[in-house]
Design a protein around this ligand. Structure first.
Ligand SMILES: [Zn+2]
Length: 240
């Protein structure tokens, strides 16, 4: 299996997948945990290309409820407008209704949810209600320096707005835009300080959750940073 160029973050469109013909994973009900830049979305997409698992991001769920103007969506939109957090119970209810969709029957990946022990407990209740079990919690444990390098690799052109990436799409000449010859700069959102702050928030928030799932014997850590090798380890574990 490989990562084709321009791999979509959320996998291939449902219409191009023949769910009936796909082989079901032995461990198929999954949570993916990882810092921003750890590649959770990429791994979810690669897994979805081969197995009939649904990829669930609560951010997408929330946007979808709001777009469809459901009662849940209206209440969430109202709270967000006031700058308030959507209550854990509301998010758990959204996840509950999503997990009952047909495409979740042969497995799911919860991407970036739960984030706290309280959310994990609510998810446990939802799964028990639906007679589903959680099979594995995958923690993509990428070293800080690799994460920081990935998060700070984007550079933009002041003149034409083109975006380059020092790792994956470097300009032909360092610091100069290929398109207009303008000066390239690092956007404030991608600075090292911002990246460090995002990483700290992740560790502060997620460390208790990682311990929680480790104690439940559900945690599987992947420390391999080569994406092909990491994907092979992941699939091996899920088929064990
Ligand atoms: Zn330019």
């Amino acid at each position: 299996m490989s990562f084709p160029d321009g791999w979509p973050l959320c996998g291939t469109p449902e219409t191009r997948r023949n769910l009936d013909k796909m082989k079901v994973l032995k461990k198929k009900n999954l949570i993916f945990i990882g810092a921003p830049g750890a590649g959770k979305g990429t791994f979810a997409g690669a897994l979805r290309a081969e197995y009939p698992v649904a990829h669930i991001s609560t951010g997408d769920l929330l946007r979808d409820e709001i777009k469809r103007d459901t009662p849940l969506g209206r209440s969430a939109a109202g709270l967000m407008k006031e700058g308030k957090l959507v209550p854990d119970q509301t998010v758990a209810d959204m996840v509950r209704s999503r997990l009952q969709q047909p495409d979740c029957a042969n497995g799911f990946i919860l991407d970036g949810y739960p984030r706290t022990i309280r959310q994990a407990e609510l998810l446990g209740e939802v799964l028990a209600d639906l007679n589903r079990t959680l099979d594995r919690v995958i923690y993509f444990k990428v070293p800080d320096d690799v994460i920081l390098q990935r998060l700070t690799a984007r550079i933009g052109c002041r003149q034409c707005g083109a975006i380059f990436n020092k790792l994956f799409l470097p300009p032909k000449q360092e610091g100069i835009c290929d398109h207009c010859g303008g000066a390239l700069f690092q956007r404030p959102d991608d600075s090292l300080d911002t990246a460090r702050a995002r990483l700290k928030v992740f560790y502060d928030q997620t460390s208790p959750l990682i311990d929680y799932y480790r104690n439940a014997n559900l945690l599987f850590e992947i420390t391999e940073t080569d994406k092909e090798k990491a994907l092979a380890l992941l699939i091996e574990e899920l088929n064990r």
